[in-house]
Design a protein around this ligand. Structure first.
Ligand code: GLC
Length: 729
């Protein structure tokens, strides 16, 4: 007994020494290698004194949103929380009900489709910093976000949580977000890795996709998050890829993530996304979360039933599994702890302050996309004594609740109607919801008529509708069942247009929708799920206090069959219940529309301003480039209107006569620039020639094809000002 006691104490010596030493040398995860070496030494010394049971316990949940530490020597637990646009309310220890605490009211930031629509990476950093401060203050070590799954179909219930259809835009926007979150000593957990592009059968659907489409479309944002973003954790997706669940998938987790990308962080399963002990042990999973507990196994340790619980322990004890597989998982977990909960220098965080509200407001106003504005119906002078009808349930409905795991309990939320009434003091507003998402036909008939009567007697109508995060209306766990707006909003908009031509349709949604009424309305504004500052942002745009500058991060097809995922029928989307084939391959979104020459209602990268811009003097610095060069595109942006505004110059590149299938053009650079009315500014966009590579399936590596390329420069994927020819030699 005494020997054992001594052993325990003696073994502690290296750890105590290192701990003392580390107090002189603060370990910052991003600093130079010496600290990395020190950190690894510390981690190894801890590993050497942990029991196998203690190490196993760290590899799975101990509650709904925490995993175990090592109480015996003071290694803390890891606490995790959703979500990508705000910190979720506290959940109960071991069920899906809210704990109803009173200290977990938060700021709701706009959903990530809005952030993507800003085309402003600097703003994404500010977003990450603010969100990370709120996570830190709520004492969360891992923020379960951002989500970067590519927008493949307008029916995917969770598109609102993600960054759109283009891998380059998603990559550029996700990196600063992660940097912002993690500078607070909170780990980002980029999700859902990978190919979780629909909610239908999300728990088991097996995705079959080519290596090219995998590497060129679906992985780039994850790769950027891991390599440039340095995300300290990543979440496996629910679905399967080539027959294995993504939470323990040899190709995705070991071959690509941990080997090719040299990921040194922690792979966390999606909740109940783990299905197999051997795969979980060997295929790269580090912490199993969400697998239901079983109190019959043990009252005190009900999560021992996890796949990485007792069955893992047994395989170690029998020698079937080598302990160094367990040690690798625990080293990763300890490294994440030293970056977060064991990082003595991490900031204290903050919550519900003016700075966070300002960030939410800036992202919301910069992300709103003005799609149509006939007769310059907007902006509306706030001094006008107009009669304005506000019609639509979304004018009042809270949009920070619902939608699944990303829902929030907010300190405040300004609804569209509240924001409008606050901004337009002299306007006489009349309101009717016009329809209700939970009323019967008779009630909706009454509401329709009520809406028409106020529309008739108004100068202008603001129709504030869209989707609403109810089931199948932009929500986790269910895809949309139709491309049209629900609750017969289309019919109501058509009826209103017959009695009043001055209609502005303000869509609150996270997905493209069908617009049969498009020619009958003067103005359309895509207004996203904007969070706490929603009403202030919408009113600021409508009043012209802020000039809209958002650009679409995904395409609005005229009809669903115009979308590549739907063109190939059920086996492509949603699949046959077991498997689906991404038959459109690399031609996702505008890549499909450009290449197949299918004109959408509104194109990727499109967005109007209250002013106008002229792009000129567009040139490349050279005519030919080697594979190690960077291409420099210069352009002059002139504000030819009467209002200060911002434009997003976009650079797409396509390969002429390529030996492999290619999209007509792909986004490879963009820059948002603010220009005062009547003024001009020069910008330069740098693009590495290596970014033009395609993924060779034969060689399983990236390949730069020599020859002629076309550079397309414009302010939308369907509005190109100039084409330049260059050659890669
Ligand atoms: C959910 C979601 C994931 C979330 C997790 C925890 O099922 O797929 O995004 O972070 O479970 O709530």
């Amino acid at each position: 007994m005494f020997i054992k006691y001594l052993q325990n104490r003696v073994l502690l010596i290296p750890f105590i020494l290192i701990a003392i030493l580390s107090n002189q040398i603060k370990v910052h995860s991003q600093s130079i290698n010496t600290n990395e070496v020190l950190l690894n030494t510390k981690i190894d010394s801890i590993i050497s004194i942990l029991t196998i049971e203690e190490k196993i316990a760290m590899c799975h949940a101990q509650s709904k949103f925490s995993s175990a530490g090592v109480p015996r020597i003071g290694i803390p637990e890891l606490w995790m929380s959703d979500g990508p646009h705000g910190i979720r309310p506290e959940m109960n220890w071991d069920n899906w009900n809210y704990a109803n605490w009173t200290n977990d009211y938060v700021t709701a930031f706009p959903a990530l489709t809005c952030l993507a629509a800003t085309f402003n990476p600097d703003l994404s950093k500010e977003y990450g910093v603010s969100l990370g401060e709120e996570a830190r203050y709520r004492k969360k070590d891992v923020l379960l976000g951002p989500g970067v799954n590519i927008y493949r179909t307008p029916l995917n219930g969770r598109n609102f949580e993600y960054l759109g259809e283009d891998p380059f835009l998603a990559s550029e926007m996700v990196v600063p977000y992660i940097h912002g979150v993690q500078q607070n000593g909170v780990a980002a957990c980029v999700k859902h890795y990978a190919l979780n592009n629909q909610e239908q059968w999300r728990g088991h659907i097996n995705v079959e996709v080519s290596d090219r489409a995998l590497h060129e479309i679906y992985l780039p944002a994850f790769k950027a998050a891991i390599i440039e973003g340095q995300s300290w954790s990543i979440m496996g997706a629910y679905n399967k890829f080539r027959g294995e669940h993504c939470c323990h998938n040899q190709i995705l987790l070991n071959d690509i993530l941990k080997n090719k990308w040299a990921f040194d962080g922690v792979v966390i399963s999606d909740w109940a996304g783990t299905h197999n002990t051997n795969q979980a042990i060997h295929n790269g999973l580090d912490i199993e979360m969400g697998t239901p507990s079983n109190k019959n196994i043990s009252k005190r340790y009900p999560y021992n039933n996890n796949f990485l619980g007792l069955s893992f322990l047994e395989k170690i004890n029998t020698g079937e599994v080598k302990e160094d597989i367990l040690n690798d998982k625990v080293k990763r977990i300890l490294r994440l702890m030293y970056r977060t909960t064991l990082n003595q220098d991490r900031p204290l965080g903050s919550i519900n302050n003016k700075a966070h509200s300002n960030t939410a407001y800036k992202v919301a106003t910069e992300g709103i996309v003005l799609l149509k504005n006939e007769d310059n119906l907007l902006p509306i002078d706030t001094h006008n004594n107009l009669n304005i009808a506000i019609i639509g349930e979304n004018a009042k409905k809270s949009m920070t609740i619902g939608g699944g795991s990303s829902e929030l309990k907010v300190a405040y939320e300004i609804s569209p109607i509240e924001g409008l009434k606050k901004h337009f003091k002299n306007v006489n507003f009349k309101f009717s919801s016009g329809y209700s998402s939970n009323a019967n036909e008779a009630e909706n008939y009454r509401l329709n008529n009520e809406a028409l009567s106020i529309a008739k007697e108004s100068d202008i109508v603001f129709f504030i509708g869209g989707l609403n995060k109810n089931s199948s209306q932009d929500s986790e766990g269910s895809d949309r069942q139709q491309y049209n707006l629900p609750y017969d909003q289309d019919g109501l908009i058509e009826s209103i247009s017959e009695v009043n031509k001055n209609i502005a349709v303000i869509l609150i949604s996270g997905n493209a929708i069908r617009m049969p009424w498009l020619s009958d309305v003067k103005t359309v504004m895509q207004s996203w799920y904007l969070g706490s500052e929603a009403g202030n942002a919408i009113a600021s745009i409508i009043s012209g206090e802020v000039n809209p500058s958002g650009k679409l991060p995904f395409t609005f097809p005229k009809k669903l069959m115009d979308n590549g995922a739907h063109y190939y029928g059920e086996l492509s989307y949603p699949g046959n219940g077991e498997t689906q084939f991404y038959k459109e391959d690399i031609l996702v979104g505008y890549r499909w529309h450009d290449t197949k020459k299918i004109t959408p209602n509104f194109a990727f990268g499109y967005g109007l301003s209250y002013t106008s811009f002229d792009l000129s003097k567009i040139n490349s610095d050279k005519k030919s480039y080697s594979s190690t060069d960077s291409i420099k595109i210069s352009c002059e942006v002139k504000n030819t209107g009467t209002l200060k505004g911002s434009e997003v110059v976009q650079v797409y590149i396509g390969k002429k006569n390529s030996k492999v299938k290619r999209a007509l053009k792909e986004l490879k650079g963009f820059k948002k620039i603010s220009v005062n009315e009547g003024k001009s500014k020069k910008i330069e966009i740098k693009i590495g020639v290596n970014k033009l590579a395609y993924y060779s399936e034969k060689k399983s590596e990236w390949n730069i094809e020599k020859g002629e390329y076309i550079i397309y420069v414009g302010n939308a994927s369907d509005n190109i000002t100039k084409e330049l020819k260059i050659t890669i030699i």
